[in-house]
Design a protein around this ligand. Sequence first.
Ligand code: ATP
Length: 750
Amino acid sequence: MYLKSIELSGFKSFAKSSELVFNSSVSAIVGPNGSGKSNVAEAFRFVLGEQSIKSLRGKKGEDLIFNGGGNESRANRASVKVTFDNSNQVFGIDFPEVTIERVVHRDGVNDYLINGSSVRLKDVIELLLRAHIGASGHHIISQGEADKILNSSSKERKSMIEDALGLRIYQYKRVESDRKLKKTFENIAQVESLRKEIAPHLRFLRKQVEKVEKAVGMKDELLNLSRDYFKREDLYVGFTKTALESERTPIESSLKDLSRELAVAKATLEKLAKEDKKDYLILDLEAEITGARAHKDGLTREFGRVEGSLAAEERVIRKQRELHTSDEHKMIRLKEVEEFAESLKEIKPEDNESPVSVIKNIVSKLLLFIKGHKESADSSLIVEAEEHIKELQKEKAKLETEIQKAEKREADLRIQYEELKQKIEEGKDSGRDAEKAVFRIMSEENDLISKLNIIKVREESLKKDADELMREVEEVGFLVGREALQFKSIDVGDEVSVVAEDRKIQEERKREIEKLKIRLEDSGLSGSEEVLKEYKDVTERDEFLTRELLDLEKSAESLHSLIKDLEERLAVEFSSGIDKINSEFNGLFNTMFGGGDAHLVLTKEKKKKKDVLIEDADADIGDDLDGDAEVVEEGLDISVNLPRKKIRGLLMLSGGERALTSIALLFAISQVNPPPFIILDETDAALDEANSKRYGDMVEKLSAHSQLILITHNRETMSRAGVIYGVTMGSSGISKLLSISFDEAAEVAK
Ligand code: ATP
């Protein structure tokens, strides 16, 4: 026995707290008309979560609260508390007893409590479902509802029977799974759209990363090529320097010897000149030639300096032009950007100016700012360099004429020298030997100086190469890092052949390096760290979403199969349940009518989806909004065949026959899947004596599995009850409860 007691307080006519204890498998409630018996049946419906006030014979929640009567003032709340035994855990919770309480207040607010704790209606329904007490209340047959199951539509009947068979829990789970599946599909769509959203960004980043990777490849290539080139160049410069030095040293020492010799010869001539009072022209000429040569050397050096400066300026211009062509990497000083932003703040829209026009104004200012920077892009440096070049070129031209003059002067002197030499050769003089010596020395000196000059030019050019090398190393180092500086240890093979190699090959290498440098600069390796980091982040997010999608698809799949399982189970249990009910139903019908047959028949009706929706507001149309689509609606019809009568169909039955058929079906259902308790409110009202006896027998049979609470005026029915409660109502309109004996009850029932 599960049902232990029910307690009503303030509920309808039960103004005072009244308790009915059900310690017998059959309890009867008896009493005069209008004393409040049906209110007890309604109290059951109410506490089990009935939401239709109409089916509790009221219009609003307030109608369920004791409304006052006699001296008694009205109550503020109605509460009903039902207590079940849970010692074998039918409710699936760890309490020996389960008490469900529902309270309704005058403002229509309802409270639900399970074992004294506030809960939601949903929790109550779930708890009851576990104990096989469905919300449809098929086990509470109210007054006048004896043939309810016959009157209802085939669809309603099917639903009542499903409920009675305990299939609600599966249906409930099915609806829940459907809801979850729908939610899962929503989530799938959401994740898919998120992935779609980041896809273009990811593609863009992937391209950037490819560029970065390419640039890294180029960097490595540049490093390798450069180090090879640097090492070769370094060897060449070092070797050539030594070679030139070893050529220069003997020449210099010869020149020193000659200048000593010349000094001796000149001294001799000067002495003779004093003694002979005679001019030795060669002395003056020698001094003039030396002076002219020094002058010319000075000019040539100056010329070299000017040329060097010109080359440097041209390099500046070249570099600027290169940068100029790649706007992409143009730098703008932060200060200028800040100033520009400040200037934007000053824009004040004119009256009636549209926002679009304000934006256009800002955009045009921005474009102007960009254009200005594209053009001005350090062109000031170019202008400066160009001006300097102009000056240098003027200087160079001037020097060229001066050098020409100096050369002319030297050539003139040389002619004088030749003429003088001729004269001296012809004449006989005591100073002739000395003079001859001066001529010889000067001639030899001239040869040596020419050679030395050639060496100096070569040294000058070598120095340029060495400087260039240093500059290159620095530049490549800036582009690819410190490793570029460590070229000395690079192996380039046999040093002699490296030095002997045609310089054109090395120049070709240099051109390659230059090209690579420009490509690398254009690739814009700057900011690559952020690109790589962002790519990593976005890729991770994408992978996360992909995994999430997979999980969602998996859970959709498992929900699908769960729904399929539930549907199969429902179908199997429903069909086996119907078979069992039919066999009981037919048997009971036979007993009651002394023959004939009766059974439930499954019906299938094709309906338009929209019609189903109108009938059943809770029906889920799903994503298919085609209301004209056909759906199959299942129901249960009752087929009866009375003995000795050619009656088929429910419509032709008498009132008593309807009651009997209905009772037979209700009892059949209850027998197949016994509910914990059954309340029958005057279901026996229409029965004659013979049938009352049969009814009593069936009640006893049913009471083996379900507790029965019978509201009755019928003596026969009362005689089957273990406990009888009498309900009376005094002049105050308040129902009173008392436990009475069968004899008293029979008296009351009269
Ligand atoms: P019958 O044997 O004729 O079926 P019954 O014993 O089943 O009668 P009920 O229908 O349960 O009687 O009781 C109806 C009584 O309850 C009426 O007298 C009605 O006035 C009273 N009643 C219903 N609602 C309230 C309420 N909110 N406050 C006070 N009394 C109420």
